[in-house]
Design a binder for this molecule. Structure first.
Ligand code: HAM
Length: 424
């Protein structure tokens, strides 16, 4: 009978030892940044109601119309969450977080799912870290959210990023702008790409987002949203740019930045990197003052961001940034014979209680093979022990980096714990 081999689905990958350390280090940086900004973690289910995502993200968006992993079970309609903002908005309403008073400052790290065509930096299961600041309409909140996002990249050491900033205005500004765009593109619709021609009828602002070659020259002279913003929207946007300047966060105004999710109002931003290729957005976000009401809550202003963790890793690779090395054990017990192996097994718990990372050979291999394994695992020290050593009550401690050996009593090994820890 032929054996069947199984693979992950297209666009989904295993994160293996050797690379997982980078992910854990990034997660620590995100958590530490969240702590400094005083945001608390929220974990929402991976499955949400399809209707929540459809209503929150928008029926006509690519995410909802083409990219959802959705299925029904009985009466219930499930979707693998494609993003985190609508779920957090739902959680805010469902759990009456408003009753806690003040603003809610929430962050998350986790997997998300979109049935996109996989390519570099674009997967079907990907990971985001993100933050949502709920209950504040001030431009200061926008600036804090952007500063939070930027701080993570600064702490990782990715500094060659570009922050693109735009306002998509309030609903009135947007209505006026959509009409202006329609009137501009309609007479030249024959020259537009097929996808933009469709968007002309459904959401002309998305034409500005188009990467199709034939659309580029047509976009240049299109009306710009700044000319259609209400006074309130203009004031808000000016205040955001003012705060960013005070924080020394540089940005470029990008009147063509319209995000692919429908819930945005006012500020929209995207952080890009030259190291990513065509999928160049490290992260993005903006204000979404109507979403919470749209999913059944009271009128509640909010602003947030989310960043792709795979894309951050790609940028790290390109820049040669290592956040963490795979951790080698502090002590690898190289044992000769059954009794020595048993001794090591019993000796390790004490060392571990003292915070030392210990391991040993589990399969009775030759001394040479064990030393090779200790080297491969990048052990800092090996303890070499056989029956003779146990009889004499003396074991050999080898500093692997310096290739230095000393003979010690087993009791002294525990004593040298502090020295080893200090040498880290
Ligand atoms: P988004 O722009 O759809 O925004 O996604 C944010 C980031 O997630 C992207 O910039 C990208 O780095 C990463 N990303 C998205 N799709 C994929 C994919 N298929 N493969 C790899 N990475 C991907 C949001 O999700 C909003 N919820 C952001 C937000 C939070 N707005 C307000 N609050």
């Amino acid at each position: 009978m032929s054996k069947t081999k199984f693979n992950t689905h297209h666009g989904m990958v295993d994160l293996l030892p050797g690379e997982i350390e980078q992910w854990q280090a990034l997660e620590s940086i995100v958590r530490e940044t969240a702590r400094l900004f005083h945001f608390q973690e929220i974990r929402t289910p991976v499955l949400e109601q399809t209707e929540l995502i459809a209503r929150g993200v928008g029926q006509l968006t690519d995410i909802v119309s083409k990219e959802m992993f959705a299925f029904d079970r009985g009466e219930d309609r499930y979707v693998l969450r494609p993003e985190g903002t609508a779920p957090v908005a739902r959680a805010y309403v469902q759990n009456h977080l408003a009753q806690r008073g003040g603003t809610q400052r929430l962050f998350y790290i986790g997997p998300f799912f979109r049935a996109e065509r996989p390519q570099k930096g674009r997967q079907r299961q990907f990971h985001q870290f993100g933050a949502e600041l709920i209950g504040a309409s001030s431009a200061i909140a926008d600036a804090e959210i952007i500063a939070f996002m930027q701080t993570v990249y600064n702490r990782v050491g990715i500094t060659n990023t570009s922050l693109k900033l735009n306002s998509v205005g309030d609903p009135e500004s947007r209505d006026a702008y959509r009409k202006a765009l329609y009137n501009y593109f309609q007479p030249i619709s024959g020259k537009l790409s097929e996808i933009s021609r469709k968007r002309l009828e459904t959401n002309p602002m998305r034409i500005l987002d188009s990467k199709e070659e034939e659309d580029q020259p047509l976009k240049i002279d299109a009306p710009k949203i700044f000319d259609y913003l209400s006074n309130r929207s203009k004031e808000h946007f000016n205040a955001v740019t003012d705060h960013l300047e005070r924080l020394h966060i540089s940005y470029v105004l990008d009147p063509f930045l319209v995000r692919g999710l429908d819930y945005y109002t006012e500020t929209a931003f995207e952080l890009t990197s030259p190291d990513l290729g065509s999928q160049d957005a490290l992260g993005g976000g903006g204000r979404y003052d109507l979403l919470i009401e749209d999913v059944g809550g009271p009128p509640t202003p909010a602003v947030g961001f989310a960043c792709g963790m795979e894309r951050l890793m790609i940028a790290c690779d390109a820049l040669g940034i290592t956040m963490a090395d795979p951790p080698g054990p502090d002590i690898y017990f190289v044992t000769r014979g059954e009794a020595a192996a048993r001794w090591a097994l019993e000796f390790m718990p004490d060392l571990r209680t003292n915070g030392l990372v210990c391991t040993m050979d589990y399969s009775g291999r030759s001394l040479k093979a064990q030393m090779k394994d200790a080297n491969r695992q990048q052990a800092r020290y090996t303890v070499i022990v056989g029956e003779q050593e146990l009889e004499k009550n003396r074991i050999t401690l080898r500093n692997m980096e310096k290739s230095e050996e000393t003979t010690v009593h087993p009791e002294e090994l525990a004593g040298s714990v502090t020295a080893i820890q200090k040498s880290r």
